[in-house]
Design a protein around this ligand. Structure first.
Ligand code: GLU
Length: 476
């Protein structure tokens, strides 16, 4: 979505990059090398469908190969174009550097409305697109590893993995060619929820720092805060679900394609999602007010605004009217460069996309490592951990009985203490640690430098610094 007088998405990302890199002292020419997109491959291919040949256009863009493989999702949408794919690939580079996943940045896209095709047709299209990318090593466990993005999910990733395996029958690491696969096809527990979970962990970490919370003009913890969520897709749904069910956040509005639902007491996220899945929209949901002008609801007073849909939804045309003091960018690029300037002037705190939605690629990294190591996380340790805990509990109980102390361990404590970590628990723990560490790296720059006034610039400084360091150690 591009509004008049605004730069394109890729230009917007570059402008944000420039704003930050100005504050750095990089060797001459390195700035340009880091900013530019290394390559974009465009493919047009035909698939025989419904009695005729349909031609599709797809892209795979590689922004930076300072680390390989390069990483980033594949998007299915009619709005996909080269500019967008390049902007998203650049964001992947910065995102991976910020959360320390050892990848360069890449992104893919196919111009298609996935809802127009049935399962079997989508499989044919996906396999053909994958074939085109695989034969050019643009899908490869050591070189380029896609994942889901808007319009794609586990199903598409399973087709891609199978297509790669068919074309590389002796590659023992074939499963690592793509992440976001279903668990039964080499995926990992917790990947589907990962981006939404990451948004939750990011907010929890933000609210652990009263100083930062005060910068947004807020106080206290997450409990009772009012959040407006735009987009109830995979990311928005999981973020809204976890925040409302586990942190006491009230989801006071949900915005989707056809309009918004509003309820100041807090919306039942599960029920709204079920209604959306059944009807394709929010209209007609009983028990909450429906507002047809969804975009206007972005401006509704709340504590936290969570854009979790598309890029460019907060632009120069509406930025001044956004009333939320805190925005967390669950989507990639939801705030344009121009809007970002307006919001900064207003004092709005923005938790930037490259950090806020990095949960997806973080768990993708765990999946890739799992595939390369050919063993599920926790398989070796889990029961040993449980045995050790049991020993401790039994010893405590024996001591208590021996000495007549009358101690009893609560059943809840015992159950939790005696349960060894399975894959899901380990994935969540790794994700939590990643989100906390990355926030602290950004925060140090935000608070530590006079010339850094916001988290986005801080995020860019951290990630560009890391990319530059990798280049330096390569002798460039
Ligand atoms: N498409 C997601 C993103 O924008 C995930 C990428 C990945 O897991 O590689 O971060």
């Amino acid at each position: 979505m591009q509004h008049s007088g605004e730069p394109s998405f890729r230009q917007s990302v570059d402008l944000m990059f420039n704003r930050a890199v100005r504050l750095m002292d990089l060797p001459p020419g390195l700035e340009e090398k880091i900013r530019v997109c290394n390559s974009t491959y465009t493919v047009r291919f035909g698939v025989r469908l419904r009695g005729k040949i349909e031609t599709f256009t797809g892209y795979r863009s590689v922004h930076s190969e300072h680390m390989e493989p390069v990483k980033g999702g594949i998007r299915y949408a009619l709005s996909v174009n080269q500019d967008e794919v390049e902007a998203l690939a650049a964001l992947m580079t910065y995102k991976c550097a910020l959360v320390e996943t050892p990848f360069g940045g890449s992104k893919g896209g196919l111009c298609i409305d996935p809802r127009q095709w049935d399962d079997h047709e989508l499989e044919q299209i996906t396999r053909r697109f994958a074939y085109e990318l695989i034969k050019r090593d643009l899908i490869h466990p050591a070189q380029n590893v896609p994942a889901p993005d808007m319009g794609t999910g586990e199903r598409e990733m399973a087709w891609i993995a199978d297509q790669y395996a068919r074309m590389n029958t002796t590659d023992i690491n074939a499963k690592a060619c793509v992440t976001g696969k279903p668990p039964h096809a080499g995926g990992i527990q917790g990947r589907v929820e990962a981006t939404g979970r990451g948004v939750q962990f990011a907010l929890r970490e933000f609210f652990r720092h009263p100083e930062d919370v005060a910068k947004a003009g807020l106080a206290g913890g997450l409990e009772g805060k009012r959040a407006v969520v735009q987009g109830l897709g995979n990311v928005g749904y999981h973020a809204a679900k976890f925040l409302s069910e586990e942190d006491g956040v009230k989801i006071t509005a949900i915005i989707e394609r056809d309009g918004a639902l509003v309820d100041d007491r807090g919306l039942p996220v599960e029920a709204v999602r079920a209604h959306l899945a059944a009807t394709g929209g929010l209209a007609g949901f009983a028990g909450a007010e429906f507002v047809a002008d969804g975009a206007a609801v972005l401006e509704k007073p709340c504590d936290i605004l969570i854009p979790a849909a598309m890029e460019g939804v907060i632009h120069m045309g509406n930025a001044a009217r956004i009333s939320a003091p805190l925005i967390i960018e669950a989507a990639n690029g939801p705030v344009t460069f121009g809007a970002d300037e307006i919001l900064r002037q207003k004092g709005t705190v923005i938790i930037p996309d490259m950090y806020a939605n990095a949960g997806g690629v973080t768990v993708s990294y765990f999946e890739w490592v799992k595939n390369l190591s050919h063993i599920r996380f926790g398989r070796m340790q889990r029961r040993a951990e449980e045995a050790r805990s049991r020993l401790m509990v039994e010893e405590l109980e024996r001591l208590s009985a021996d000495k007549g102390l009358g101690w009893t361990l609560s059943p809840d404590f015992k159950e939790k203490f005696l349960t060894g970590s399975d894959e899901l628990a380990l994935v969540r723990s790794g994700l939590d640690d990643t989100m906390r560490t990355a926030y602290q790296a950004m925060r140090e720059v935000w608070h530590g430098r006079e010339d850094v006034g916001d988290l986005r610039v801080a995020a860019y400084l951290v990630s560009i610094g890391r990319v530059a360091q990798t280049y330096r150690s390569k002798g460039l």
